[in-house]
Design a protein around this ligand. Structure first.
Ligand SMILES: [Ca+2]
Length: 154
């Protein structure tokens, strides 16, 4: 998965985000595949991120395809954010991960993840992380992270 492959779909969107930018990338809805995605400029717990995405007119982001995962990986890379909450949790059905919105069409947990059992039993909320090639990790929900929101077509 090359950097350019992540970059291409972003550069096809407007407003353009320069490679050097940091803050300009966030708090902007970027269209992709008929939906729009936003990377927050602030850190929040998973639950607060859930609320804030609703306040922004969307929901904590579901990722339903490899293409969407690559697009969001590109956004995090350009904005130099190494991890962000997404809308996946097993809070409601223990050990069954479900999206806030959308069906479980695409499974992209990193090696050894989800690890939410035994010593890690309280890891119920999911982030995507740069250090595992933008795959997913279940994490303690009260950790504060940037977060990704998704808005369906109008
Ligand atoms: Ca984990």
């Amino acid at each position: 998965m090359s950097f350019l492959r992540w970059l291409a779909p972003l550069l096809a969107t407007a407003p353009l985000c320069s490679v050097a930018c940091t803050d300009n990338c966030s708090q902007t809805w970027f269209p992709f595949g008929g939906s729009s995605f936003l990377l927050s400029s602030e850190n929040a717990t998973w639950y607060n991120a859930y609320t804030k995405c609703h306040d922004l007119g969307g929901s904590l982001a579901s990722i339903l395809s490899e293409g969407e995962n690559e697009f969001l990986a590109g956004l995090l890379t350009i904005c130099r954010v190494d991890k962000a909450w997404i809308g996946l949790t097993d809070t409601y059905h223990k050990k069954v991960f479900t999206w806030i919105e959308g069906e479980m069409l695409f499974w992209n947990f990193g090696p050894g993840e989800p690890s939410g059992s035994g010593d890690h039993a309280s890891e119920d909320c999911v982030e995507m992380r740069q250090d595992i090639d933008f795959k997913w990790n279940d994490e303690y929900c009260m950790e504060k992270r940037r977060f990704l929101c998704r808005k369906a077509p109008e």
